[in-house]
Design a protein around this ligand. Structure first.
Ligand SMILES: Cc1cc2nc3c(=O)[nH]c(=O)nc-3n(C[C@H](O)[C@H](O)[C@H](O)COP(=O)(O)O)c2cc1C
Length: 354
């Protein structure tokens, strides 16, 4: 029977009633205007027994959108929509942070429904295909390289997104620095060929990501800002030949900011000793992720390698996952055909046990 898993904890100013975090998961259910829909309110309410929910990746601007029906946090209607989500989670005693995700070059134009630039550190297309509205992979758009003179304002868009999330009643924000999206594109040597102070050495490549974290912390306080990395993850064309050369300087700078937490996708054999390497450079709370079950989560927590563990897939079909862990109950399996349909079925119709 896991014990530490059910202990309350704090990540910065974020209070968790247990150490079970719901990992961010894009589910393509936003309504017109990329506004959170009624079924999103219900979906997140059902999962509020988590110590903390991290929402799906949410774009800070029109340019940040790359996928179909992903929500935003840059319009008044979106803020109102998220307020309904935050209220629903809080009414059940839960805590919720929003993942801020700018896709950068990972964009299929048909997914957007509006015209906006596709931007990246360098004008290099994402080599991987990206799903369109029907789920069929398409060749992504060619991005234009961001000018150095644009970067202060772009970082502030993330700061504004954080402020908007708080205005909606969301408890904190998580910067998506993983999986080959804009921040990861700046960090990684194959997607960032800039010759100015934002490219070249690992320290220079970390400069814009750190500016963004500072802008978010400046808007809402560092103790409500977390960030997520996935060293060794090739997704969306990232080079993984030397992840620690890239991530160590970034983590050391981020460590100076007093952030709420670092969320780590541990790629296992593809990147050995990830949690230990993160601990060497970052002294704040760590949330561990990737392929955990209750037993392995308990082990990592009991050995002090992380303060919390996040679960993705298991939360899809088990809205009451903490209850099931506590009672050693069977876990339901998700219907993979319904993950990204945009419909209520396979989203907010998985029953709780109790
Ligand atoms: C349907 C789906 C959508 C996802 N969307 C996101 C996302 O928006 N942002 C992100 O950082 N990770 C995303 N992920 C990755 C998960 O957060 C998590 O890292 C992954 O599922 C591994 O954890 P697990 O083994 O507990 O499922 C997604 C995963 C799934 C299955």
């Amino acid at each position: 029977m896991p014990e530490v898993l059910f202990e309350p904890t704090k990540l910065g100013s974020l209070a968790l009633r247990n150490r079970i975090v719901m990992a961010p998961m894009t589910r393509d259910r936003a309504g017109p205007g990329d506004v959170p829909s009624d079924i999103m309110v219900e979906y997140y309410r059902q999962r509020s027994g988590a110590g903390m929910i991290v929402t799906e990746g949410t774009q800070p601007s029109l340019e940040g959108k790359g996928y179909w029906r992903t929500p935003g946090i840059h319009s008044d209607a979106q803020i109102e929509g998220w307020r309904r989500v935050a209220d629903a989670v809080h009414s059940e005693g839960g805590t919720i942070t929003m993942q801020i995700m700018h896709c950068g070059r990972v964009v299929v134009a048909d997914n957007r429904g509006f015209e906006a630039d596709v931007v990246a550190p360098s004008a290099i297309a994402c080599p991987a295909k990206v799903p369109g509205p029907d789920g069929v992979p398409q060749t992504p758009q060619m991005p234009r390289a961001l000018k150095a003179s644009e970067l202060t304002a772009l970082a502030q868009e993330f700061g504004d997104a954080a402020r908007n999330a708080r205005a909606a009643g969301i408890d904190g924000v998580e910067l998506h620095c993983a999986s080959g999206y804009l921040i990861n594109q700046f960090l990684n040597p194959v997607s960032n060929l800039r010759e100015d102070e934002f490219g070249g050495s690992p320290e220079n490549r970390a400069r814009f990501p750190i500016m963004v974290l500072k802008a978010m912390a400046g808007s809402i306080g560092a103790d409500r800002v977390g960030f997520r990395i996935s060293p060794g993850n090739k997704y969306n064309g990232m080079d993984v030949s030397n992840p620690w050369e890239t991530f160590t300087p970034f983590l050391r700078e981020a460590n100076k900011l007093g952030l709420a937490y670092l969320h780590v996708v541990d790629m296992g054999e593809d990147c050995p000793d990830t949690l230990a390497m993160c601990r060497e450079s970052f002294s704040g709370p760590i949330i561990a992720n990737n392929g955990f079950n209750a037993e392995r989560a308990e082990h990592v927590l009991a050995h002090g390698k992380a303060q919390a563990v996040s679960f993705g897939l298991k939360f899809i079909a088990n809205p009451d996952l903490p209850y099931r862990f506590r009672n050693d109950a069977e876990l339901a399996k998700p219907d993979f055909d319904k993950i990204y349909t945009g419909e209520a079925a396979g989203y907010c119709d998985y029953p709780a046990l109790a």
